[in-house]
Design a binder for this molecule. Structure first.
Ligand code: KG4
Ligand code: ZN
Length: 335
């Protein structure tokens, strides 16, 4: 089975082709950083317009890159949600039109399920069941993935998502968009002894997260100590340590609770190298196998959408020819 995947939920146009026999044939990505950086964050209307400009040229490009004819495709998978409504519509309508022209079905994919399955594209994929920590710009989820399509949410953020917290603290520090990678870069120069930020909700039982207090803590620290270059780096370092420690503590708890020893970490924040360092210590100390997507598939991409489309086609078949999007959508589970 051969699937074209289209990702347009936010600020990246990602296109890929996955073949069930040959694996990932090709993937291409257009990042909208240049479009949004003058505004310091994603402008939804500009995101939709940029997806419109890029999506068809990228589909043409990927067919050439994979060296295949479009009539060899069996289905078109697209991100149906959650995400920005206009951006999702561009992907959904492109998928529907393309599928209609080729007389093949479409399959709407859940963006967070796609992140969850991204490590299955790697050479030693995790076997089910496993614990998944999904850390993106819009979601922080701890999931017991029993099997494909069978997901139990063990914990989630009660307010800001992990990536959102990175982005907001980056803004407080006047760093350029996208904030997460910029903050991580600055944190390398920070003094680890200067500030000690709290590890929210770790001193009580449970697997939920709350990151908005860390943002307030960062803001208050700038009010007291200012925003000189050194203080900015010290705050970035302390914030990153706190968020990474909190995520690791909750992962450990979820693994102990379920007695599992496999952990998947995916979504944009899983590209954070300090988080990976701390998780790798957890892995070594507790005989836990950790699976990450390759760095370029941590953030949004078409490959995870094409692959999830394939797995969902096997599990429940196509969505049909309609245009369905769900800007707010819980991860689908047959429990
Ligand atoms: O998964 P993703 O590309 O998009 C969503 O589904 O939201 O995640 C984007 C988020 C942003 O908040 C971005 O700042 C964060 O992931 N991010 C990082 C890093 N790379 C991306 N946060 C911390 N460190 C990074 N290296
Ligand atoms: Zn994402």
């Amino acid at each position: 089975m051969r699937i074209l995947g289209i990702e347009t939920s936010c600020d990246e146009t990602g296109i890929a082709i996955y073949d069930s026999e040959q694996g990932l044939l090709a993937h291409v990505l257009h990042s909208q950083i240049a479009t949004h950086s003058p505004y310091g964050g994603v402008v939804p209307e500009l995101a939709s317009r940029d997806h419109i400009r890029k999506v068809l040229p990228l589909i043409k490009e990927i067919l050439q890159k994979a060296n295949i004819d479009k009539h060899t495709l069996d289905a078109v998978a697209y991100t149906a949600g959650p995400g920005l409504i206009g951006a999702l519509l561009v992907g959904a309508m492109t998928a529907a039109s393309f599928a209609l022209a080729c007389d093949i079905p479409t399959i709407g994919v859940h963006h967070m399920e796609a992140h969850l399955l991204a490590p299955l594209l790697e050479p030693s994929p995790p076997e089910f069941p496993f614990i998944a920590l999904l850390v993106s710009g819009g979601h922080t989820l701890l999931i017991h993935a029993v099997d494909i399509g069978k997901y139990k949410i063990l914990g989630e953020s009660l307010d800001d998502a992990a990536g959102e917290a990175f982005d907001k603290v980056a803004k407080i520090l006047n760093l350029p968009y996208p904030g997460g990678p910029a903050l991580a870069e600055l944190a390398k120069q920070g003094d680890p002894k200067r500030f000690n930020f709290p590890r929210p909700m770790t001193n009580r039982p449970g697997l939920n997260f709350s990151f908005s207090g860390l943002k307030t803590y960062a803001l208050k620290t700038t009010h007291t100590y200012g925003l000189d270059t050194k203080t900015k780096a010290d705050i970035a370092q302390a914030f990153q340590e706190a968020i990474a420690d909190t995520l690791v503590i909750k992962c450990k708890r979820a693994l102990e609770k379920t007695k599992l020893n496999r952990l998947v970490v995916a979504g944009g924040v899983s590209a954070n190298l300090r988080l990976r360092e701390k998780l790798n210590i957890l892995s070594a100390d507790n005989a836990i196998n950790i699976h990450y997507p390759r760095l370029e598939f941590c953030t949004d991409n078409g490959a995870m959408v094409a692959y999830t489309g394939f797995r969902r086609m096997q599990l429940s078949g196509p969505t049909g020819f309609g245009i369905s999007i769900f800007p707010r959508w819980e991860i689908p589970s047959s429990s």
